[in-house]
Design a binder for this molecule. Sequence first.
Ligand SMILES: Cc1ncc(COP(=O)(O)O)c(C=O)c1O
Length: 276
Amino acid sequence: MIWNLDGEFVDPQQNGLSLDDGAVLYGDSLFETLKAKAGRIRFLDDHLDRLRLSAGLLGFPQDAARIRQALIDTANRLDAPVARLRLTVTRGSHTGLDFPPAGQGRFFISAGVYQEPSKQDREAGAACVFAPNRRVNPLSHLPQMKRGNYADCLYAANDAKRRGAREALFRTADNLVLEGTTSNLFLLQNGVLVTPPAGELVLAGILRRQVLQAAVSLGLPSEERPVTVEELFSAEEAFLTNALIDTLPVAAVEGRPLRRGPWAERLRERIDEQNS
Ligand SMILES: Cc1ncc(COP(=O)(O)O)c(C=O)c1O
């Protein structure tokens, strides 16, 4: 694992953030998780666009040009066949609840080798469970941004792991299924690709958008609309997406096997063709 703090490569044990940084005190940070292949970061502009959008909504100062360069330098320095990069942006040191002045913002990047799901992993698919916690108040969670305040997802993801599953799916009190702790959800119903609408309770995932675009190019009709739990169980196929796994079929939810189909792989292959 290598670490880059404010554009310089550092030893994370010796060069930390201040203890009074808002990220440490309040979980007030933004982040992006990116994948690099042979040193080239995939969908870099899309990640930086989402960061800019989140930063604008929350009034986060950020030096986009320096961040971009540091991401590129870090991916090049690691030089792994496939790498996972995590960028974290903070506002810097607090003296109280007031936001620090704009120039104090910090960022850091960690990068390590990433093992993509193997052919067998993709054939086996992901076992999922439902998250024990719910997303109830969209305005307090603001899940359309990748905020550092991620404890809800962390809690649900660890609960899934403890129960032998790969991913936990969030539901609403009205029995709608939303997304995973680190992934968006798609399903096929009557030959139509369906995914819950982004914004409010669902993150506008980078791969989510890629999948919707790939569907257009493959002539597969798609709809962004609410999805019920029953629809998930009766789907012709369902799959998860994120910037690291691309697409991954859902094998089962709460131990109930789901049907399997060809679209998770077809769409993944199309995205690969268009971005290699
Ligand atoms: C809550 C949540 N939803 C969806 C995603 C997928 O987003 P992306 O495709 O940008 O990786 C993530 C990624 O970590 C996430 O944390």
